[in-house]
Design a binder for this molecule. Structure first.
Ligand SMILES: [Zn+2]
Length: 387
């Protein structure tokens, strides 16, 4: 059996060991050692990665035969190796995991909810609880979790007997066979867990609960701890600084500045719509009553305005009204309308002739196509002359 050095010292980054086995497994090699600081996947925490001499270990797993270090090159059984953990990764995982215990312990004590799902991913840590937590309560939990971090409480590991376990109140997701390992954060949490943890809560640095959403009758909470919380702070700080520069607003006033900008954009859009409407009304009025099959090409008219123009023209013209918006280079969007004729045959004709797409109802159709304005006009004229 491999000696589990990570249980003796969760902060061991480098160690010496002897290779006890090396075998081909799927398309890589798996190596076992007489002792290891590599934690195999468990308790929601992923297996460690790092190096055995110069051989890269990309994962560590455990099965009934022991702990396996996964590699792409083999190591000679009997050889001595120096193991080196990807410590940054492992330490970050311990920060997240110990942070999760604190939050789950606080939620259990305060609301009586159980942690029914824990995901410790490389990007995201989520905690699922079987009860509802509001945003206000989340903020209170975050404060309490950080108080537990600042108090720098020693994390205790124990291996109680079955008899002692019967009298112990602890959180556990599953019925565990064999020796149960208990992780205790005094005053905060007692939980059965097989993963390595920080030695004192102060190492977690910071617990940030970034969101809470409804999830299967309870909630899912997103957590960032330690270095991940710092990275997130940096990223968000960067965004705020950029927005602040772009809007020439103080960093703590960017929300007001964005709201002002939104209001301005809303008002400008309204003005533009009004101007467009006036332009359209004038354009429609310039067409003599009873004109047959009028065709309009516009450069910058949005689809709402095009539709409005078609409506105004169909009321005073005969045949089919055609309105195009766009350019010869970028292509055209169009709307066809009529009070007296089915516009769909012309729509199909145009789509075929100019690689277009679109369709609609007998009284109105819309689509887009590519072609020269003069060619499109020619095509419409020949179609309307024939029909
Ligand atoms: Zn755990």
């Amino acid at each position: 059996m491999t000696k589990r050095l990570y249980y003796e010292n969760s902060h061991l980054k480098e160690f010496q060991a002897t290779v006890t086995a090396c075998e081909k497994f799927e398309d890589f090699w798996r190596i076992s050692l007489d002792r290891t600081a590599f934690f195999p996947e468990g308790g929601g925490q992923s297996g460690d990665s790092g190096f055995l001499n110069t051989v890269e270990i990309f994962d560590t797993r455990e099965d009934k035969n022991g702990i396996w270090h996964y590699a792409r090159t083999p190591l000679e059984p009997g050889s001595r190796v120096t193991g080196q953990l990807d410590w940054q990764k492992r330490f970050s995982r311990m920060q997240q995991h110990s942070g999760e215990h604190i939050v789950s312990g606080l939620v259990h004590a305060r609301f009586g909810y159980d942690n029914v799902g824990f995901h410790l991913g490389e990007q995201e840590v989520t905690l699922d609880f079987n009860g509802v937590i509001t945003r206000e309560e989340l903020a209170e939990l975050e404060t309490a979790a950080n108080e537990a971090v600042f108090a720098n409480i020693p994390v205790q590991i124990s291996y109680p007997s079955r008899e002692e376990l019967n009298h112990l109140k602890y959180r556990s997701k599953i019925e565990i066979e064999g020796q149960v390992r208990i992780v205790t954060i005094p005053g905060i949490d007692v939980c059965a867990c097989c993963a390595p943890h920080v030695e004192r809560t102060g190492e977690i640095g910071l617990v940030k609960l970034t969101s809470v959403q409804s999830h299967r009758g309870g909630v899912r909470v997103n957590l960032l701890a330690g270095s991940r919380a710092l990275l997130d702070y940096r990223e968000k700080e960067g965004s705020v600084k950029s927005i602040s520069v772009l809007l020439s607003a103080k960093e703590n006033r960017v929300t007001e500045a964005v709201e002002r900008l939104r209001q301005e954009a809303y008002e400008l859009k309204g003005q533009l719509m009004q101007q467009n409407l006036t332009r359209i009304q004038e354009k429609a009025a310039s067409v003599s009553e009873g004109t047959a099959n009028p065709v309009f090409f516009e450069e910058n008219l949005d689809m709402d305005a095009c539709r409005e123009l078609v409506n105004l023209l169909t009321a005073r013209c005969k045949g089919i009204v055609c309105v195009f918006s766009g350019s010869d280079i970028n292509g055209w969007r169009y709307i066809l309308g009529s009070h007296t004729e089915d516009v769909r045959p012309l729509c199909r004709h145009l789509n075929e002739a100019f690689q277009g797409k679109g369709g609609g109802k007998p009284e109105m159709a819309q689509g887009s196509l590519k072609g020269m304005q003069s060619k499109i006009i020619e095509s419409i004229l020949s179609f309307t002359a024939k029909n």
